[in-house]
Design a binder for this molecule. Sequence first.
Ligand code: AMP
Length: 175
Amino acid sequence: MTDSLSVLSAAVRDVKDFPAPGILFKDITPILASGRLFRLAVDCFVEANAGLQIDKIVGIDARGFLFGAAVAYELGVGFVPVRKAGKLPFQTQSAAYTLEYGQSVVEMHVDAIVPGERVALIDDLLATGGTAAAAACLIAKMGGVLAEAQFLIELEFLAGRNALQHLPVRSFLKF
Ligand code: AMP
């Protein structure tokens, strides 16, 4: 496992000043582009979920879909997308959160989670934690039980765990 993590870590590409000056973007496309690395990354999540008795995976728009859907398939459970506002066709619940400048909104279909279902939340990266906290809020509104929030990458210097204080959080690659 440690070997897999160092191989994955080395494959993450740093892109300076994207999408805005001062941001160091962690590009996971080299992981996606390799069958071996993509499988290693998905396996990290799958192993993390063994024993958590998950009913559904909730993936965050958009890179959370890539890992979340593969993990749901492997676990044989359903997948639920949390999307940016205005993208989902049916009735939605929404949750607002604060970005560095201004606000954003994420949405989930109102029938996506049955009350009492155990859910794992998946995204590619935990930065400030605002997005994941809003997704966690949606899961709670639906009556879901958030077993764990899981991220391939955690930017520890941004202390995103503080935004998810009361929740179990797991990440595989820490920068
Ligand atoms: P946050 O709400 O600040 O935790 O931001 C997390 C979301 O923004 C995730 O969906 C990430 O895909 C994306 N994100 C934030 N910062 C970065 C970064 N430095 N590199 C890549 N993606 C990022």
